[in-house]
Design a binder for this molecule. Sequence first.
Ligand code: B12
Length: 214
Amino acid sequence: MDILKQMAEAVIAGDAEHCVSLAKQAMENNLDPVEVIQQGFSKGMDTVGGKFESGEMFLPEMMQAAEAMKGGVAVLKPAIESTGSGSLTEFGKAVLATIQGDMHDIGKNIVKLLLSTSGFEIIDLGKDVKVAVIIDKAEEIHADVIGVSALMTTTMGYMPELIQELQELGIKEELPVMVGGAPVTEEWAKEIGADGYAKDAVGAVRTAKGLAKK
Ligand code: B12
């Protein structure tokens, strides 16, 4: 089995030790760490989500899988940081958050890692963040872009609220919003008036750079 498949399997098995050793092995073999996350660990997580939905897996196992993935990503982090390009503030400041009611932050943290190595200063507000808190911080620091993550259909609904609120305050033009997370689509992003969308962390960097330049 190739190493990326083994990584996905290790996440599904919730085997943190194996995730760590595979991540180390990937680094020794000079694999691209971002590719490893996207084609290895994340694929495993997709399977976990499917198994949870169909009742083949339960919450404790999903939590164990999440911990295993986090362990693997932690090993890859320094390699991603060392390939960073651009000075810290080349593209300005990005405020990041997982939206209100939503505790999923693995994807948001990967977006954060890549943005911070691509010339953005990151203000990470964490997870389960209220719309008002995101707006206050973005206004206070004159953010160049706001990035919001949602992993559940139930919490996605706060994204249009954020955009409406910015519109009502008359500051939407100054504070572009990009949205992402597994249930979010490009069509939906357009529908709610978001300025940008990306399906993964590599795309998030591209989108953020485009928005920050404006
Ligand atoms: C891991 C996981 C958990 C972990 C989260 C740990 C953590 N610290 O994040 C735990 C176990 C805690 C958890 C809890 C729950 N979960 Co959960 N979870 C998942 C799972 C399996 C994987 C998510 C993940 O980390 N993927 C890996 C990362 C790398 O991918 P990603 O998040 O999509 O991020 C990438 C892109 O989307 C994008 N991106 C992400 N954010 C952003 C932001 C911007 C701005 C941009 C541009 C791009 C971008 O870039 C990222 C990197 O490439 C998903 C299934 C799935 N397929 O998504 C279910 C899933 C999201 N969970 C689900 C559920 C139901 C729950 C619970 C309600 C379960 C329960 N009964 O308690 C709770 C919710 C708690 C809460 N209030 O939030 C459902 C949601 C269903 C729905 N309503 O939509 C899912 C879809 C599983 C399923 N199929 O049923 N979960």
